[in-house]
Unconditional design. Structure first.
Length: 89
């Protein structure tokens, strides 16, 4: 009987590329969901922050959200929040 021939470099590269493309698809979907969730949070921030706090402290809702994000200690997440705020809110 013949043993299975060794996989060629081309077939290994093909399988790797296929795995990378599947992973990209999953990551893109997850990124979109996360951005949608954060956009919704930003849009509904008024329900989290009392109006009298914003008007009396000369702080905007965006400033309060930025301060809160940086206090988490996760710079990457805070930068994502800032980016979303700058993009349209």
């Amino acid at each position: 009987m013949f043993d299975r021939p060794e996989e060629t470099t081309l077939s290994l590269e093909f399988r790797r590329e296929r795995a990378v493309r599947r992973t990209v698809t999953v990551l893109e979907t997850k990124r979109k969901r996360m951005r949608d969730d954060l956009d919704q949070l930003i849009a509904h921030l008024a329900m989290l922050v009392p109006a009298e706090l914003v008007s009396s402290a000369d702080a905007s809702q965006a400033t309060i959200l930025e301060d809160a994000a940086f206090r988490l200690g996760d710079d990457a997440f805070a930068q994502l929040i800032l980016q979303l705020l700058q993009e349209g809110h």
